[in-house]
Design a protein around this ligand. Structure first.
Ligand code: GLU
Length: 276
């Protein structure tokens, strides 16, 4: 089996990442497999090399090891362009220049990943794309190409459980996602992540429950691109004292801070309730 830890170097790793990484390596060990490290650095406006260096340091300090070379998504933009071209070939993409404000002003409703795109640009043909436009996936058209039932297997409870991916979830709760970002032209997380899981032969995706609601979209992309669907283990999240999920901007929970204060990996495990 192959699993992976796939942080984005947009801030220092915090205690939530420590829990996630330890869980990834724990699952790999339990199943006699390999844990990969992948750097998801496609948000070119927010990634920093110093944060990438911090990821290697923090993980090594926790006692985690990974095979080289580490896949850095920024080294693979031509791959993501090829994936976009394959979706364009199926006539599933359209250009979009809507800003967040345009989307909110169009009366968009909240979904599981921010506002559900209200479809303003949906009828624009691809050859109308202008420099700086983003590209969106037409979810309804994509679903029309898929005849069999979509599902994935959740293994977090120990007992494999089948989860159905429904039309409603995708259309109503997620909507047409951006697959290539406006202005920067960066590939979106969903696209790069699904492609990399496939090319790295990832069989088990271990990640937090914050991403569970996006797994249906990943399963849809896997179907469209002819990729296998891995098993999914969505683990609990580490919260702060008020029960809120930790965020990267909250530097007080950064692993590097605890390290500098003299904490040991054992102390970190205790703080986050991680049992070896
Ligand atoms: N890069 C994503 C993050 O840092 C995680 C992606 C994943 O595990 O699928 O939230």
């Amino acid at each position: 089996m192959i699993t992976r830890f796939a942080p984005s170097p947009t801030g220092p790793l915090h205690l939530g990442h420590a829990y996630s990484a330890l869980t990834v390596w724990q699952v790999a060990r339990a199943l006699g497999g390999t844990a990969l490290l992948r750097i998801e650095d496609t948000d070119s406006t927010r990634v920093r090399l110093e944060h990438e260096a911090g990821i290697y340091e923090d993980l090594a300090w926790l006692g985690l090891h990974w095979p080289d070379p580490v896949r850095r998504q920024s080294d693979h933009y031509p791959d993501y362009d090829a994936v976009l071209a394959a979706l364009a070939e199926k006539e599933l993409l359209y250009p979009c220049d809507c800003t967040r404000r345009d989307i909110a002003n169009a009366g968009a409703v909240p979904g599981v990943d921010g506002l559900v795109y209200p479809g303003t640009c949906r009828d624009r043909p691809l050859d109308d794309a202008r420099a700086g436009d983003g590209l969106r996936l037409n979810i309804s058209k994509a679903l029309a190409l898929i005849s069999e039932k979509m599902r994935y297997i959740e293994i977090s409870s120990g007992l494999p459980k089948e989860v159905s991916v429904t039309h409603d979830t995708l259309v109503r709760d997620i909507g047409d996602p951006i697959l290539r970002r406006k202005d920067t032209g960066d590939p979106a997380y969903h696209l790069a992540c699904v492609h990399d899981d496939a090319v790295q032969n990832v069989t088990h995706v271990v990640r937090g429950t914050d991403l569970r609601d996006l797994t249906p979209l990943h399963v849809l992309l896997q179907r469209l691109l002819g990729y296998d669907t891995p098993l999914y283990h969505h683990h609990r999240l580490v919260t702060d004292d008020s029960g809120k999920r930790l965020a990267k901007i909250d530097k007080s929970k950064a692993m590097a801070k605890f390290r500098a204060e003299g904490a040991t990996p054992k102390d970190i495990k205790k703080m986050i309730g991680f049992v070896d």
